[in-house]
Design a protein around this ligand. Structure first.
Ligand SMILES: [Fe+2]
Length: 293
């Protein structure tokens, strides 16, 4: 059984989230932060600049002209999207390894996270750019706790799955009983230690139990539905894939009916297929051939 101090030690053993990501995330939520400040932050990292420009010029965007500078990139794809891509680029390194404990092969959790980010974004109201961006980020991060728990869950997986089956309870409840923590709690702990914004912490923590959300019900509901959609599409799922339950209250929160959900599913499928290029570009070395499921 894991204790909080074990979890904290595990998080500390990970490479830290690059400073630039935390700074950009904070700047993107600060109405007083200027585009110039953002450009300055990014410009000082040549590798990041190159990656961002390649991404902007990839077929995922299909922009009508070539983007040659960070300044131009910010104008064309917007600050929030740019910050999300940088975050995605940095997170890719964390998702590099296989999460064997969860039966996830190398690249699976990465594809699942990108798929969930796309779906969560698509579940936002069309005119709410801030929520779209936040939902994308939350989707990318929702299962980050699996990175930490993977090494602990391995030989306990059968026991956890037996409880899920025998007691008909969701995976994360059985996971918490056997390990002391669920991957949602472990992920929220990581997000806290990385000083990520509070809405993201709530989305990571409660994406399996959206009815428990307090301050960011809509965001949490979007990540919940997005996760279930990706699972139903088979995007990067492991042993626990089908051991999660769908909470219909999330559909009420989002004011969605089954026709709406079907229409969004089609869009998710389409955008995820086009994201193959993006996934390859921001995937860590050795994963450039990551393919959409
Ligand atoms: Fe997930």
């Amino acid at each position: 059984m894991l204790l909080l101090k074990d979890l904290v030690r595990k998080v500390k053993d990970l490479p830290p989230l690059p400073d630039i990501v935390v700074k950009l995330l904070q700047a993107s939520r600060d109405p007083d932060a200027s585009v110039r400040e953002m450009v300055e932050l990014i410009k000082h990292d040549p590798a990041l600049t190159t990656k961002v420009l390649r991404l902007c010029n990839s077929s995922y965007y299909g922009l009508p002209r070539k983007i040659n500078s960070i300044q131009e990139a910010l104008v064309y794809i917007g600050t929030d999207t740019l910050v999300n891509f940088i975050l995605a680029g940095c997170l890719a390194a964390f998702y590099q390894q296989s999460q064997d404990g969860y039966g996830l092969e190398s690249g699976d959790l990465w594809r699942h996270s990108v798929g969930c980010a796309i779906a969560a974004q698509l579940l936002s109201p069309a005119d709410d750019d801030a929520l779209k961006s936040e939902a994308f980020t939350a989707g990318l991060l929702h299962d980050v706790g699996k990175i930490i728990l993977s090494s602990f869950v391995g030989d306990k997986m059968q026991e956890i799955m037996d409880i899920v089956k025998d007691e008909d309870i969701p995976f994360e409840k059985a996971e918490r009983r056997i390990l002391g923590f669920s991957h949602t709690e472990a992920g929220a702990q990581m997000a806290k230690m990385w000083n990520l914004p509070e809405p993201l912490i709530e989305a990571i923590s409660l994406h399996q139990t959206p009815q428990a959300a307090v301050n960011h019900k809509r965001l949490v509901a979007q990540v919940h539905v997005a996760n279930i959609l990706c699972i139903s599409f088979g995007i990067g799922i492991g042993t626990d894939g089908l051991a999660y339950s769908f909470d219909p209250s999330a559909m009420e929160e989002l004011e969605l009916n089954s026709d709406d959900l079907y229409a969004i599913s089609v869009k998710v499928h389409d955008q995820f297929s086009r994201a193959e290029d993006m996934i390859g570009l921001i995937a860590p070395t050795g994963h450039a051939d990551a393919k959409a499921a």
